[in-house]
Write a protein that binds this ligand. Structure first.
Ligand SMILES: [Mg+2]
Length: 247
């Protein structure tokens, strides 16, 4: 029997990027405050949000400009602020804040035991993905990685870019003889859900990432789960039922 592919996003389902994004935001505020002081000889009274508040705003897709203004950045200083954020978010010292999601290893093992082929489709640079997996001894549980050479792509999270990448992954995996019909795409943002829907895959939206349950629900994914292990279990369960109904 041909192996069934499961497509999965990286940031959100597998990696908890919340602390890296928060630390980046804090460093961005500091940098703008000092540049502002140097340029105007006046201190900028910045007022950083708590991690909880910051992440809640990101999860509800509040625009970065609003987050900046609420933190004390004047509107005309938003452009340098966001440039600073995008410049440092992939710095090695900030990448160190990336954490493995608590159930990610168990989920990857579960898919492997169910004889499924795990293909990562991510807007991260493949080198960053491979380094992270290697450091945690997880490389052998991932069958292929489709990434983007532009390190800014992940933060910007463009839907069209994800659609193109998923289309390429499906085409190449199908050409290699793997089963991609009835495949699932697991992810934590609109980019993943819309890409899955566009390509005719089932979509599982995970609420452990950068979007809230309320936000994801509006996109009408096939399923919603709080973490990747539950999604992996549901995917293998569906696959078993499909095999049973065919035999
Ligand atoms: Mg993601």
């Amino acid at each position: 029997m041909t192996k069934q592919v499961v497509f999965c996003d990286f940031d959100g389902p597998i990696v908890d990027v919340s602390e890296r994004y928060y630390q980046t935001y804090r460093q961005g505020l500091q940098a703008i405050a000092s540049i502002h002081t140097r340029a105007t000889e006046k201190a900028l009274p910045i007022n950083p949000l708590s991690k909880h508040h910051f992440w809640q705003m990101k999860q509800n897709r509040i625009a970065d400009i609003e987050i900046a203004i609420r933190s004390g950045i004047p509107a005309n200083w938003f452009e340098p602020f966001i440039q600073q954020v995008q410049k440092i978010v992939n710095h090695p010292s900030l990448l160190l804040w990336d954490r493995l999601q608590p159930s990610a290893q168990a989920a990857l093992c579960h898919l492997r035991q169910a004889n499924m082929r795990l293909v990562l489709v991510t807007l991260r640079h493949p080198q960053q993905v491979n380094a992270f997996l290697q450091q945690r001894g997880l490389t052998h549980l991932v069958d292929a990685v489709y990434g983007i050479a532009d390190t800014n792509a992940a933060y910007v999270n463009r839907v069209e870019q994800k659609c193109e990448l998923l289309a390429k992954a499906i085409a190449q995996q199908t050409a290699k003889g793997y089963q991609t019909q009835d495949s699932w795409m697991l992810g934590d943002t609109e980019a993943d859900v819309i890409a899955a829907q566009t390509m005719g895959l089932c979509s599982a939206a995970l609420t452990c990432g950068v979007r809230s349950e309320t936000y994801l629900q509006k996109l009408a994914p096939t399923a919603m789960h709080s973490e990747i292990l539950l999604a992996a279990q549901a995917v293998t369960q569906t696959a078993k039922l499909q095999v049973a109904s065919l035999s």
